[in-house]
Design a binder for this molecule. Structure first.
Ligand SMILES: [Fe+2]
Ligand SMILES: [Fe+2]
Length: 336
């Protein structure tokens, strides 16, 4: 009864609306105070709809990137050059699957279903990181993905451990620890190749040449072209801007490339004494947007592989549901 009462016409003319508005203002103030005090927002807390939607989009895109990201390297599991490399690569690719699962779970706490999220991925409505639409042509690509792609992912993801939304922040803490292992194994694999033959060194250089620019684009468009960034910063979802993160990555990568003995394919890359950072050349954003919008070298293949994997796994989901139903029926029978 009391629920209907809320919908009755208000004889005092508007005072009920005023009460509701005051309630909404108090909720918004509570949320703002929480953000200002750098306290976590939890699933049961009130949050503005735009904050919830932004998080669903970001966390699900992140989850999709993790599971699509299993493909370029998964490609090399059966062709790894030794048992040791195969074991490392298997562990790494499984980690990425696990990252996807934590993140889908975090997204579900915001009231969306996993089926809806996967459906958006499979129908091409949802985006994932454009970096995974490039091919892995040689074994050196696996090392470069670890060293550079996971290296960039760490730069991007460490600040998310301090994200205002509790479940996302906590998932990122474990993910970042695993990403650190991914980066190290990539670097070590490249180091081994660089100590090998000239052909192996050439293979590493070729892989670096192909991956370096798409990796720089992973940090997203320049700050001046990222209108949503300011709101993300205000909400404590984004902590460091795209350009700042990219700069940190370039500054960290230059000495690593020097130790490896590879050349980063940017003729404009140089130390700027005044800024205390490296200057770098211009990124080809047309290429980035073409890949984001579905026209990269492997977009169609990646999506088709994902959809097939999902369909092939249907019997597992059916069996798990049948088992759960059976257990539930047994429990009910025993309780009766
Ligand atoms: Fe990951
Ligand atoms: Fe990773």
């Amino acid at each position: 009864m009391y629920t209907q009462a809320m919908d009755q016409p208000d004889p005092q003319g508007g005072s009920l609306k005023a009460v509701r508005d005051a309630g909404a203002d108090a909720l918004q103030r509570g949320f703002d105070d929480r953000i200002d005090a750098d306290r976590k927002v939890e699933p049961q807390d009130w949050m503005p709809e735009a904050y919830r939607k932004t998080l669903v989009r970001q966390i699900s895109q992140h989850a999709h990137s993790e599971i699509i990201g299993m493909q370029p390297e998964g490609n090399w599991i059966s062709r790894a050059p030794s048992l040791k490399r195969k074991a490392i690569l298997l562990a790494k690719v499984q980690d990425e699957g696990g990252h996807g699962l934590y993140l889908y779970s975090a997204a579900e706490t915001l009231g969306v279903s996993r089926d809806a999220l996967l459906d958006a991925l499979h129908t091409g409505k949802a985006k994932y990181s454009s970096i995974f639409n490039y091919p892995t042509l040689t074994w050196a690509d696996v090392g470069v993905i670890g060293g550079l792609v996971d290296g960039a992912a760490i730069m991007n993801q460490v600040p998310i451990c301090r994200c205002s939304y509790g479940p996302y922040a906590r998932a990122m803490i474990r993910i970042c620890k695993e990403e650190s292992f991914h980066q190290r194994q990539g670097f070590e694999s490249l180091m081994t190749l660089m100590k090998g033959t000239q052909a192996q060194r050439d293979m590493v250089q070729d892989a670096v040449n192909r991956w370096y620019w798409p990796v720089l684009a992973m940090f997203g468009p320049p700050d001046a072209d990222s209108p949503n960034s300011a709101q993300g910063m205000r909400w404590g979802i984004k902590r460091i801007s795209n350009d700042e993160l990219r700069q940190k990555f370039v500054d960290a990568t230059v000495p690593q490339a020097r130790i490896l003995g590879v050349t980063l394919p940017d003729p404009d890359l140089k130390w700027n004494e005044e800024r205390g950072h490296h200057d770098h050349g211009a990124i080809d954003w047309d290429d980035f947007w073409a890949v984001v919008n579905g026209n990269g070298p492997c977009n169609k293949e990646r999506l088709a592989t994902r959809v097939k994997a999902h369909q092939d796994g249907q019997w597992v989901r059916d069996a798990a549901l049948a088992h759960a139903r059976k257990q539930q029926a047994r429990a009910l029978k025993e309780a009766a």
